[in-house]
Design a protein around this ligand. Sequence first.
Ligand SMILES: [Zn+2]
Length: 614
Amino acid sequence: MNKGFLIILTLFFGLLSAQKNAYYQQHAQYKMDIDVDAKNFTYNGNQTLIYTNNSPDELNVVYYHLYWNAFKPGSMMDQRVASQGKNGDSRLQKNGISTLASIPKEEEGAQNIHWIKQNGKTLQFEIQGTVMKVYLNSPIKPNSSTTFTMEWDAVIPMQIRRAGRNNREGIDMTVTQWYPKIAEYDYDGWATFDYIGREFHAPFADFEVNIKIDKNYVIGAGGTLENPNEVKGYDAKANIKTNKDNKATWRWTAKNMLDFAWAADRDYTVESFVVLDGPKIYYVYQKSEKTKYWEESKPYVTKFFQIMNATYGRYVYPSYSFIQGGDGGMEYGMGTMMLGEATSLNGLVGLMVHEGGHSWNQQMMAYNESVRPWMDEGFTSYYDDYIMHQLFPPKTPQANPFTVSIDRYRTFVKKGIEEPAGWLGDHHDNGTAYSFATYYKGELFLVQLGYIMGEQNLALVMKEFYNEWNLKHPTDRDFMHIAQKIAGMDLKWFLHYWINTTKTIDYGIKDVKYEENYTTIILENKGTVPMPVDFSILTTDKKVVNFQIPLNMTHTWKTKDIYGDFKTEAYWPWTQKEYTLTIPYNKSQISALGIDFSQRLADVNLEDNLVEVK
Ligand SMILES: [Zn+2]
């Protein structure tokens, strides 16, 4: 073998192994024609789906989600709600009993597949609840596309859980998770989880959706309306075009989205305004006394998009719609369904900020929500608190924007029902445990990282994360890769402790000895999650002096933090329970000393964190 050949061979295998781990994502292109029977809450649908397999794997089957099949007596969703009793989803039960069990036949949700073809040839399929498995006639080779066509009909469920009809706010149809949707395929295989009430996941897709419905209806959707001049509500000069059944056809498009969702009502009002250097915002809701805060919310929504664009990364779509759907808030691409009625401006804006924030954490950074719900809900909650703190500054000043969430976490931990955040979203034993693991643990994950690496570094991490992963499917590993690179720290330990376990942080001051020219403090790690320790004193002349005790596992320390300048002390090895800190101040110079004056550390026991010197 000559040397040149050896080099070529090495390069070739080098390339192969590099390709083996390369990131890829699947793509879908939907065209759907929908004919709605508004009187009977049903519709007929035709779908053409061009599916592109960018994976290195040959696919012999594909899976679709048929979410509305969950809204039937005896469905997995019904079984789950029944077996969870009072720990389950309150919106699907009355007095702890599943309301799905008593849905009359004609009001059950359904997605009935008439036929599906691949490149014109009929395919075999089997349906188990909300998941359809389709056997392909010809496998989809790597880097190739295939065309599926399908005809189906559907019944909009009476049961309101995100999708449904005639909800309590009086919206006729909330049409979400409403079409047979191809499942995501990635390095982890097909994401074929059953719909029992929580999260969704899908490949990025382009949409062309034509909805034919009674001309008196107004539609709100996450997408671009291509013919506002032919339908009701969007254009004052519209000339409503109808067919012989008195139906108008709404033509919607959207690009690079996980989903297309819409709602229809005869009494919707449509309002719009433009965020300077941002998207066009649509409000689609029933105007009444109960929805009076929508008008007032507009400048806050504008500010929200501007802050997100500046701090995280640009919103990439042309518009965003806030649609009164009537069942809580649920985020979709380019829009959200939300409760319209609100008892305060703060409450309404809070919901808008949360659901709008999912445009980044769920839609643009499209995590697999069923596997890592803490990234999607947690990161969104982080920005909620961060932005609401600016939009509605608290009356009594808080040490940081996250103190309320940290306090709730502390209170929850004491209940003893916590489950790890890394657990599958739908499989938590207890609904409250799910909420805390996902929303609070996920949010505090970022708050703790800010404490460990400094807020300026965390801001850079978020921007870099957006730059690398916008319109892709990142995992926690991808996030940590960037966090470690920017902070120059080893942070893997923190992900494992915080996300995969229910271990807690608990540091305390064990003893303080005052000498003539200095003071010695014995700090104690009584918890099960090791952390670096920020320690501060308030001097008698009202100055704050900060010290940081880096954790040996990070192999470095923060160099800046908006919460102050820190004098760096010797490492604290994670195996060591006590640490002696000596500071060049005597008793007469100190009025208080304690751990983490910024109050970001999620220490579960604050009683021994502060000493006031009398
Ligand atoms: Zn959310």
